[in-house]
Design a binder for this molecule. Structure first.
Ligand code: ATP
Ligand code: MG
Length: 561
């Protein structure tokens, strides 16, 4: 039994309530759940809801959660996807231990159970074409009609089904169907297909099989074989539950699992469907499944979103039966909350403007002490080098600034973060009239950023030392779609945001960034959160913007877009 003290604090929802009641009443001895991805694409943040729920309840109630590949459609499934899914679930922080399964592990058993249904008169081989089957199926308002092949004898059905397995018939020419009720109000019970003929290389069983079970036939039976007690899935499977139960009831399965459905996660300004995400990748609208703009777990990881921030976001969602769209701003805010507490600070200049400190001795450098994270005393300090020539952000200087511009302008004084007060004395323009260099003087008495005479400055700006800074490319990302509900658009590709990526190639970052643990996301002071991209080389760093410092959505809305 789980510790009751832990359960007191645990989240409450109808699924957890059901599990608790089943355990308390002794209907279930020990909780077993599973996360059942189909390996036909990469996992997205919608899947994270299912992963966190399935693995989460297993942890909370002292049970276990399996990872099961629902690999029943070799036409679309690939080893690349299997590997990526395992890596993503692990990255999200969950472990299935020894419990890695595949629906294909059960193909032989499922086949035997299909023969059992045939022998009992509960399944038959149908020769109708796909088109004819659709016509016979009826509609939501009209009952279906029995197939002319429905009354074949069990012996004839067995003979045909074995011939299907032996590869005697072309793909798609026959199917095995459950014999339930063509007049049922639930279309899923109108003699659903259990097996189809398909010659495709399967990532695990290779060319062994020329028939494959459908999701409906494989899923509940795999649950039963693995001893899954609570089979948690999304609402679109609600209408499949009677079929799930019918199969469990009519087969000699070793356990009696139950299915429970909760609402899927949908997020504004993106799409969460493998079909649409596949299209984005295949048609080259993004640079692969792990493009930082993708809502995939691998994309979020590459963008620098920590797994813990995703878990935080998911834990704030309700587990219920109401379909709704969660604002992207909610995910952003979970990411910001997490990084604000955990990310080290660094200095990086995105659009550099040269500064010469004219009263600073030529050739001299200093090592200044800089705090890593004001929100985390354990994060310690680092050294940043300072010298006569620096770079600051172009935006931090104005030739003719308004009064409230608390940065640099002629004769204005600011604090250089961790360093000195400096005053702008002059500036140099190029032939186009663009300011290309500032001349400043520094006050040696203000080392560390405070004046002994109590003099105040309103602005603090970041900088890097010209002699020590490391060149970098910085990639800025915005939302992938311009509209709130691209999934609902007639042509979702047409709603892609043309400005979703901006690449800055002349950035300069403080030298400590060259030596860091490549996986970590840091805050570039005053600019946002960034993480190194795997495209980085030894002489060229590449960073992705994980997220800006402030909520840019409010601003976007204000502009009435
Ligand atoms: P998609 O619709 O994106 O193609 P899927 O449901 O076909 O996804 P599966 O690989 O079958 O993808 O999903 C594995 C599990 O994840 C299923 O139990 C499914 O219910 C769940 N899941 C998929 N998408 C979401 C989502 N958006 N929110 C919550 N759970 C999801
Ligand atoms: Mg699916």
């Amino acid at each position: 039994m789980a510790d009751p003290a832990v359960i007191e604090d645990a989240p409450r929802d109808f699924i957890r309530d059901t599990i608790r009641a089943d355990l308390d009443a002794g209907r279930v001895q020990s909780l077993v759940t599973r996360f059942p991805p189909e390996p036909n694409g990469y996992l997205h943040i919608g899947h994270a809801k299912s992963i966190c729920l399935n693995f989460g309840v297993a942890q909370e109630f002292g049970g276990r959660c399996h990872l099961r590949f629902d690999d029943t459609n070799p036409a679309k499934e690939e080893q690349e996807f299997i590997d990526a899914i395992e890596a993503d679930v692990r990255w999200l922080g969950f472990d299935w231990g020894a419990h890695l399964y595949h629906a294909s592990d059960n193909f032989e058993q499922l086949y035997a159970w299909a023969e059992h249904l045939i022998e009992q008169g509960h399944a038959y081989v149908d020769d109708l074409s796909a088109e004819e089957m659709r016509e016979y199926r009826g509609t939501l308002t009209e009952p279906g009609r029995d197939s002319p092949y429905r009354d074949r004898t069990p012996d004839k059905n067995l003979e045909l089904f074995r011939a299907m397995r032996a590869g005697d018939f072309p793909d798609g020419s026959r199917v095995l169907r459950a014999k339930i009720d063509m007049a049922s109000g639930n279309i899923n019970l109108r003699d659903p297909v259990l097996y189809r003929i398909l010659r495709a290389h399967h990532p695990r069983t290779g060319g062994t099989w020329s028939i494959y079970p459908t999701y409906d036939f494989a899923h509940g039976q795999s649950d039963a074989i693995e001893g899954v007690t609570h089979s948690l899935c999304t609402l679109e499977f609600e209408a499949h539950r009677p079929l799930y139960d019918w199969l469990i009831e009519h087969l000699p399965v070793p356990a009696q699992p139950h299915q429970y459905e909760f609402s899927r996660l949908a997020i504004s300004h993106t799409v969460l469907s493998k079909r649409r995400l596949t299209q984005l990748v295949q048609d080259g609208h993004v640079d692969g499944w792990d493009d930082p703009r993708m809502p995939t777990l691998s994309g979020l990881r590459r963008r620098g979103v920590p797994a813990a921030a995703i878990r935080d976001f998911i834990s704030r969602l309700s587990i219920g039966k109401t379909e709704g769209v969660v604002e992207m701003a909610q995910l952003d805010s979970a990411i910001r909350d997490h990084l604000n507490t955990h990310a080290d600070r660094r200095m990086a200049v995105l659009r550099p403007l040269k500064v010469v400190i004219t009263n600073y001795p030529e050739g001299q450098t200093e090592e200044l002490d800089a705090v890593n994270n004001p929100n985390d005393p354990d994060a310690g300090n680092r050294i940043v080098p300072f010298g006569r020539e620096l770079y600051i952000e172009r935006d931090d200087f104005m030739e003719d600034p308004p009064r409230k511009f608390f940065r640099l302008g002629p004769r204005r004084e600011v604090r250089l973060r961790f360093a000195y007060f400096v005053t702008c004395t002059d500036f140099v323009k190029d032939d186009n009239g663009e300011v290309v260099e500032l001349h400043c003087t520094y006050d040696p008495e203000t080392k560390g950023g405070n004046a002994p005479d109590g003099r105040k400055v309103k602005g603090t700006i970041h900088w890097v030392s010209a002699a020590h800074a490391v060149p970098a490319e910085i990639r800025l990302y915005e939302q992938l779609f311009s509209i709130e509900n691209p999934a609902g658009a007639d042509d979702f590709i047409g709603e892609l945001n043309p400005h979703s990526r901006e690449v800055l190639t002349d950035c300069l970052v403080e030298p400590s960034l060259a030596a860091r643990n490549a996986a970590d996301t840091v805050q570039f002071e005053r600019t946002g959160y960034f993480c190194p991209d795997p495209d980085s080389t030894s002489d060229r760093l590449v960073f992705n913007r994980t997220i800006s410092l402030r909520d840019s959505w409010a601003k976007v809305k204000g502009r009435g877009r």
